[in-house]
Design a protein around this ligand. Structure first.
Ligand code: PLP
Length: 387
């Protein structure tokens, strides 16, 4: 089965049986007791694409567990992938390897802001971004998303005006809402960033996870984004976070900033990670298409099942990521953390909305990268928690 794509294009997501999934030792499957169905952390239940598994096995058989010689193969694979999928080149001289996307984002915050500087974010947002910015001593200013989960130009302008010279961390596509910024929205952001001297760092780890029908627009492809950065990785799209690697990509006017990063930072990218990510980007495009089709089918299934079984819960309309954002405020008015109730009463683990900051209360995030059967069982358990 691993030889096949994660799903036949248009078909359901093909994943191992739950019994086999429960043999996995990663966070998704080990942080809750065995009677809990885990649809929380952003890991996918898919099998490892066979070319990646083969490359990893062969490296281990060679005892090839040293340091990566360089990251250029990874950068060239990303360039080829990005040209083919998005029509956007990734010049290798503007890339820099890092251990993972969050290391890249954090180092860029450190590089682009003074120690008492400011980072602007748009919550609800993937929690480590705020956590790590705060850990670096940076002040956080919020420009919350609008009710549709999209960037709010007025909130952005207010935030930028209050913090000229800050960094804005763009999450493109956005975690947890799954929304995919349109080119015009990115252009509005670019205009505001230019006006207030804000540097944009785009976390684009979910970039490849946008099924047909919508389109991912790389930040650096927009006019006016040249002083910014993107941080990308194959880890989310091919489920490889266990083999760490990512790439910082600098805009054309940010090349000198990139050159000031110490070379030793790049040592955090693991040799197996660089190897696995390179093979995924080069050889596993069809596999990814199958995965995207399966996720899109699951998003439709979730919406249908929630309509049917969970009156008072609203699934936010979204096109990207394998995450969905559910508003449970009508179901349990005044309850800040519906995930706690779903866990306690339904034995299904979702990501608690409040962890994502402003706009997270009364919401939960659910992970769609599982079999349709498992997703249906999760909704059934959620409904049972209501009864
Ligand atoms: C938006 C976003 N950024 C970063 C990460 C983490 O990536 P990494 O493990 O490469 O730091 C995730 C993981 O879910 C994510 O959703």
């Amino acid at each position: 089965m691993a030889e096949a794509a994660a799903a036949a294009p248009g078909g359901p997501l093909l994943v191992p049986d739950e019994k086999d999934l429960r043999r996995r030792t990663s966070a998704k499957w080990r942080c809750h007791p065995t009677d809990v169905l885990p649809l929380w952390v952003a890991e996918a239940d898919v099998p490892t694409p066979e070319p990646v598994a083969r490359a990893l096995r062969e490296a281990i058989d060679r005892g090839d567990l040293g340091y990566p010689a360089d990251h250029l193969g990874y950068a060239r694979a990303l360039d080829a992938f990005s040209r083919e999928r998005w029509g956007v080149p990734v010049p290798e001289e503007r890339t820099f390897p890092v251990g993972d996307v969050m290391q890249g984002v954090t180092e860029l915050i450190g590089l682009l802001t003074p120690p008492d500087g400011t980072v602007v974010i748009s919550p609800p947002l993937y929690p480590p971004i705020a956590e790590l910015a705060r850990h670096r001593g940076r002040r956080l200013v919020e420009a919350p998303l609008d009710p549709a989960g999209r960037m709010d130009p007025e909130a952005l302008e207010r935030a930028f005006r209050s913090a000229p010279g800050s960094v804005y961390v763009l999450c493109n596509p956005h975690n947890p809402t799954g929304t995919v910024p349109r080119p015009d929205e990115l252009d509005t952001l670019a205009g505001l960033a230019e006006r207030y001297g804000v540097r944009v760092v785009a976390d684009e780890i979910h970039g490849p996870i946008v099924p047909p029908g919508a389109r991912f627009t790389p930040w650096l492809s927009r006019p006016g984004a040249g002083r910014g950065f993107s941080v990308l990785s194959a880890s989310k799209s091919w489920n490889l976070p266990g083999v760490k690697a990512a790439l910082i990509v600098a805009g054309p006017e940010a090349e000198r900033d990139l050159a000031s990063l110490p070379e030793a930072l790049g040592h955090a990218a693991s040799h197996l990670g660089v190897l696995a990510h390179t093979v995924a980007l080069r050889e596993c495009g069809e596999w990814l298409d199958g995965f995207l089709a399966g996720v899109a089918a699951n998003r439709r299934l979730l919406t249908r099942l929630v309509d049917l079984l969970l009156p008072g819960v609203e699934v936010l309309e979204a096109e990207g990521t394998y995450l969905a954002w559910l508003d449970c405020r009508q179901l349990w008015p005044g309850e800040p953390d519906p995930a706690a109730r779903f866990l306690e009463r339904g034995r299904v683990a979702l990501s608690p909305g409040p962890e994502f900051g402003t706009g997270g209360e009364g919401r939960v995030r659910i992970n769609l990268a599982c079999s349709p059967a498992l997703l249906a069982e999760a909704v059934r358990r959620m409904a049972a928690a209501v009864d």
